[in-house]
Every structure is written in C-alpha cells, then in structure tokens.
Ligand binder design. Structure first.
Ligand code: PEP
Ligand code: MG
Length: 314
C-alpha cells in the first residue's frame, strides 16, 4: 500500500494507481459561491426541488434562468449535473395539486409527472439550456426515477430538443438497473441513486427509520444491482456515477468504484475522507473489496469484510 502523501488531501479524485474517479457535490438550494469553494470537480446532483416546493406558483422561466446562471457561473469550467424536478405525492407542488395517492413512493413522481404536466419539464429544460448557452458552462441534465429504457429515450429527446447536449438518467428503480445497458444506449450517462434504489430493491420505505437495516446501501442485493450498472457502463464506454448517500461512506466508495462507478457525488463534508480512501487503494483493490461485499451474507457482514480487508487504512 503506497504511503499517504499531501496530494491525497486535494485535487481530482484518483485511486492509488492513478485511475480517475471524479468527486462531485450534491447540492440543493445552497449558496453557489460558497459551494464552488469546496475542492470538488463539479456538481454531480443538483436537486432542483428547492426552486419549486412551497411555492404558490411555478417559478417563471426568468427566475429559473437566473438561479441556474448563477450556479453555472460559480462553477466556471467544472461540470454541473442538473436533475430535473423530482416531485410527487411525497413532495407535493402547491401550485399543481395531485389527487390523493395511496402509495406515494409508487405513484406519480419523478420523471412520471411529465405524463400529467409535460409543460413543467419543458419549461425547466428550456431555462437550463438557455443558462448553459449563455454561460458556456459544461452542463448535464438527468431525469429522476426513470424506470424503463423508453422513459430514458423520451427524456433524452425532450432534453435534446431543448438544446441540451449531455443527457442522463438516474438509476434508482431496480428495473432500470436490470436493463442498464438498454437505458445507457438511450442516454450519455447514468447516475445511481442509492437511496431510492435501496428503498425499491428491498421494498422498504426510506422514511421509516425502523427499517434502516433493510435500507442499508451495503445490502448485497443493492450492490449487485450497482455492479450490473457498472458493467453496462464499462462495456458501452459510458460514465456511471453514484449520487446517493452511499457515495459519502469512504469504505463503500471503494466498493462502488470496484463495481464500476466512474464518479461519486456527495455532500461537501464527505469529500476529503472519500478522496483519501481512494488515494490509498488501487482499482484492483477496489474490485477485490467489491467482490467481498457482494458475496457477504448481509450488510453488516459486507461492511465488516471490507473493513477487515483494508485494515485501518480507510
Ligand atoms: C437517491 O435516491 O439516491 C437520490 C440521490 O435522490 P434523492 O435522495 O433526491 O431521492
Ligand atoms: Mg431518488
């Protein structure tokens, strides 16, 4: 294992053998100037709900444009990945009331809301595209809660029609993970949302703290699905990010890279420890750790096996 160096603590994410893993930020309504000061390679997940929730009316195109422009300018030439609106009965829009939904997590949410309100997504994409053009920033867009390759294709078409060049889908529904190769053929990249992927894989409500053992992203079934997405990305030569909370756990980050993640997106406070963990392990180490985790009997055993294998290094 190579010795720790000062370079471990700053700069682009890379493994000990120099394999690049972009370290990105998860952002919501934070101040962009402040967020841009963190040592990240850009934004891997901009949750845009903050612009829409608790509002009596849809934010105007001008208002949206102003918010995106400020963010894109703050990040200069770094990539910014904007996730389009992820609302539904669990995160209701005051200006677009929905019928009562007996099973909010399984209902009209995420990309599916386009069925009822296509204009909302079109206007958002148009505002993002205009801000991207006017700032010259490197902007990517991705849709939440994509379940099928057809949905990925539909989103890609809408986004490209709006003038956006780099289009992706979140993989957070098991169906999309199982058909990741077909989803990836429709888009330029995917990003795995481990929070919802765990919820839907284990059929465990993510808001129920009493089910946290099932919702644990170390669940081998969740890791197995991430591995399928990683393998699809590798064989098609397309990027596979992870933007759920799992990416913020330094030990699990190693496993995710071993499973094929090419970027990891997390809150700012998690970046330094993940960067250090990566710098101490080769890609081959990460693949070996991933195999240990996937083969473990359960989440506790997976974490223990990986922790034992790395010793105190991570
Ligand atoms: C996820 O589901 O992992 C994710 C990143 O999206 P959110 O937490 O906003 O649902
Ligand atoms: Mg999600």
């Amino acid at each position: 294992r190579p010795a720790r160096t000062a370079a471990d603590a700053a700069g682009p994410g890379r493994t000990a053998d120099g394999h690049g893993v972009a370290l990105l930020l998860n952002l919501g309504g934070e101040d962009p100037q402040r967020a841009a000061r963190y040592d990240s390679e850009g934004v891997g997940l901009l949750r845009t709900e903050f612009l829409f929730l608790d509002r009596a009316a849809e934010p105007t195109p001008e208002e949206q444009y102003a918010v995106y422009t400020r963010l894109f300018r703050a990040f200069g030439d770094r990539t910014v990945t904007v996730r389009t609106l992820d609302v539904g009965a669990d995160k209701p829009l005051a200006f677009a009331p929905q019928e009562g939904e007996p099973n909010p997590a399984l209902g009209m949410r995420g990309f599916r809301t386009v069925r009822a309100r296509p204009g909302l997504l079109r206007r958002q994409l148009a505002a993002i595209a205009r801000a991207a053009r006017d700032t010259g920033a490197h902007v990517r867009v991705m849709a939440p809660m994509v379940a099928t390759p057809q949905e990925a294709a539909d989103f890609a078409e809408l986004a490209r029609e709006s003038g956006l060049g780099e289009v992706g889908a979140m993989v957070e529904v098991p169906a999309a993970a199982l058909l990741a190769d077909r989803v990836l053929r429709c888009v330029d990249f995917v990003s795995v949302g481990t929070n919802d992927l765990a919820q839907y894989t284990l059929a465990a409500d993510r808001t129920r703290s009493t089910l946290s053992d099932l919702l644990d992203p170390w669940q081998p079934a969740v890791l197995d699905l991430v591995g399928r997405v990683g393998a699809a990305g590798r064989s098609l030569g397309r990027p596979v990010g992870v933007c759920g909370e799992a990416a913020a756990d330094p030990l699990l980050a190693l496993v995710l890279v071993g499973l094929g993640a090419t970027s990891l997106s997390m809150s700012a406070s998690a970046l330094p420890a993940v960067r250090r963990a990566l710098a101490r392990h080769s890609l081959r180490d990460c693949r070996e750790l991933a195999a240990l985790a996937v083969e473990a009997a359960g989440p506790r055993q997976a974490r223990a096996a990986v922790s034992d294998a790395v010793g105190s290094a991570a």
